[in-house]
Ligand binder design. Structure first.
Ligand code: HEC
Ligand code: HEC
Length: 213
């Protein structure tokens, strides 16, 4: 009995002795804990898988978002170039390395889109997304946001983004984005495009992208 006990105990002791200092050194215990806590905090609003959430107002999907775009937006909230009182409070306490770590983390999540968009509008939305509207000088959304709406670099992913969030952003573009006229940013690219769309066209294209995986 004693021999069996020893056999079982020794590897366990060795595993603890060797494994724990190594993993602590690898991840850096304290920053890791801060990061986990911060991610949990983001998820209280943005959904447990970063899929977005409908509360009193829509909380956008962050899952799969382009890291460069996500970092740009956090900085825009901090500088108040993009106005949102909630996200200013959230973002201005984040260190630059935390911003980068969060952007990297959300990029790798891949939940299904939240549903809720009227499907009867999606066909019209698809046409706008892929071809634009020549008569209104609106270029194809796909030319910047990608054929599959996954985005690239500073061009955001739109696939799976909440229907009501997309609508609100397009309708209020010049009231919320690029608010520091002395510091023009990437939001200026979208301003004429958002303006060129009617309310119905906005609803249609928002419905289309919101259902893409
Ligand atoms: C109290 C709720 C709340 C918390 C907590 C919160 N957010 Fe937000 N977030 C929002 C809302 C609301 C918006 C939409 C703002 C708007 O409509 O412009 C938003 C927008 C964003 C955007 C812009 C998304 C886009 O598609 O342009 C990013 C990026 C973001 N949040 C990241 C984060 C991160 C990272 C955390 C955690 C550190 C976090 N948020 C925590 C409520 C929250
Ligand atoms: C010439 C390139 C270009 C084209 C074409 C374009 N976009 Fe954009 N779009 C951008 C850029 C750049 C941003 C990020 C702006 C920023 O950094 O604030 C953006 C942001 C957006 C956002 C905000 C996303 C978010 O999470 O808040 C929406 C919604 C959007 N575009 C929808 C559209 C739609 C719909 C079309 C087609 C009708 C379109 N875009 C065509 C470049 C483009």
């Amino acid at each position: 009995m004693k021999i069996i006990g020893l056999k079982l105990t020794l590897p366990a002791v060795l595993a603890i002795a060797f494994a724990s200092p190594a993993s602590a050194a690898e991840h850096g215990a304290a920053p890791n804990k801060d990061f986990e806590a911060k991610v949990q905090y983001c998820k209280t609003c943005h959904g447990l898988s970063g899929q977005g959430f409908r509360g009193a107002y829509p909380m956008p999907r962050l899952a799969g978002q382009q890291p460069e775009y996500l970092e740009n937006q956090l900085r825009a909230f901090i500088d108040r170039r993009r106005t949102n009182p909630v996200m200013f409070n959230v973002a201005h306490v984040l260190s630059p390395s935390m911003v980068t770590a969060l952007a990297k983390y959300f990029k790798d999540l891949d939940p299904k889109p939240l549903d809720g968009a009227p499907t009867e509008l999606a066909a019209m939305g698809k046409k706008i997304y892929q071809e634009g509207i020549a008569s209104a000088n609106v270029p194809a959304c796909a030319s910047c946001h990608g054929q599959d709406a996954k985005g690239q670099g500073e061009f955001p992913r739109l696939a799976g983004q909440l229907y009501d969030y997309v609508q609100k952003k397009l309708m209020n573009w010049d009231k919320e984005r690029g608010q520091d006229r002395a510091k023009p940013d990437t939001s200026a690219i979208m301003e004429p495009i958002a303006h060129g769309l009617t309310q119905q066209q906005i609803a249609a294209v928002a419905a289309y992208v919101s259902n893409l995986e």
